[in-house]
Design a protein around this ligand. Structure first.
Ligand code: CO
Length: 280
């Protein structure tokens, strides 16, 4: 058993995306691909009603990736080029596999307290699946298993804990995706495949990853080293997202909302968009 230690602590950067949406971004697509199979992690949070209307992300394409939207508060309305539309609310998840191409719109909507609080994770697709048909897995909060032990509360979105499996399945990156709450003075332990990429995003409170280890706090992303077990120690309570996935070990060519393996494939995506053959 080897405990995963902290490799890097990342302070999210404030970036403006879409039609002027302010985000906290901790991972963005880069050729170095150090988070393989993960490409991007954004926290979108608005809790100031005086901020005015939230413009959102008008129609845009994706190819070669999966976009995962998980809401804590508020809503995201979406519609796409396949004719799908809907709204996801608190505790709901949408796992969108773009495959060869999709055009979609994602519009955050405030709840009655003016809050929008959610996450978007981009997961890479391996070469063999980048041009597959697009598909969705959309799961409401009621269908997400909750696993409670004294001091720890897990919402299991993807992956397996004990004998329970999360509702999101058949994802190439073999992910674990959990929303974890720890009470005061509690410890959480999770086994992970030793070579998988693991990160945690702390969005409330603080914790450490070894007894009396370095304290990390909301909002920070922690990239963990290789190892077969994650241990999280909470003295005053914490909420975080814990994610693991199996690296593909393939080169990536990121370009805006596309992530392919080569520049030629990016050129092809742009050509397909120009010629109106992007969405089949
Ligand atoms: Co999108």
């Amino acid at each position: 058993m080897s405990i995963r230690t902290i490799r890097q602590i990342i302070e999210p950067k404030i970036v403006i995306e879409g039609a002027g949406v302010r985000l906290r971004r901790s991972i963005s697509p880069h050729r170095t691909n150090i988070f393989d199979p993960f490409l991007l992690f954004d926290h979108f949070i608005f809790d100031y009603p005086i901020e005015g209307p939230i413009s959102g992300f008008p129609m845009h394409p994706h190819r070669g990736i999966e976009t995962v939207t998980y809401m804590l508060d508020g809503f995201t309305h979406h519609r796409d080029s396949l004719g799908n539309s809907g709204t996801i609310g608190p505790g709901d998840i949408q796992w969108m596999t773009s495959g060869r191409g999709i055009l979609h719109e994602e519009m955050p909507r405030q709840d009655h307290n003016g809050r929008v609080n959610g996450f978007q994770l981009w997961v890479n697709l391996p070469k063999a699946q980048k041009m597959a048909h697009p598909q969705y897995q959309e799961v409401t909060s009621q269908s997400i298993p909750q696993i409670d032990h004294p001091g720890s509360h897990v919402k299991l979105i993807a992956g397996k804990i004990e004998n329970t499996a999360g509702p999101i399945t058949d994802i190439a990156a073999n992910p674990l995706y959990i929303d974890l709450s720890l009470d005061n003075h509690s410890v959480f332990t999770q086994n992970t495949p030793g070579e998988d990429t693991v990160f945690a995003y702390i969005f409330e409170g603080r914790c450490s990853f070894s007894k009396d280890g370095e304290i990390v706090r909301a909002t920070q992303l922690v990239h963990l080293d290789k190892g077969t077990q994650v241990k999280i120690f909470s003295d005053t309570g914490v909420r975080l997202i814990l994610v693991s996935g199996t690296p593909f070990g393939e080169p990536i060519a990121p370009y805006g909302p596309f992530v392919m393996n080569t520049q030629d494939e990016i050129k092809q995506a742009l050509k397909d968009l120009r010629e109106g053959t992007f969405v089949k």
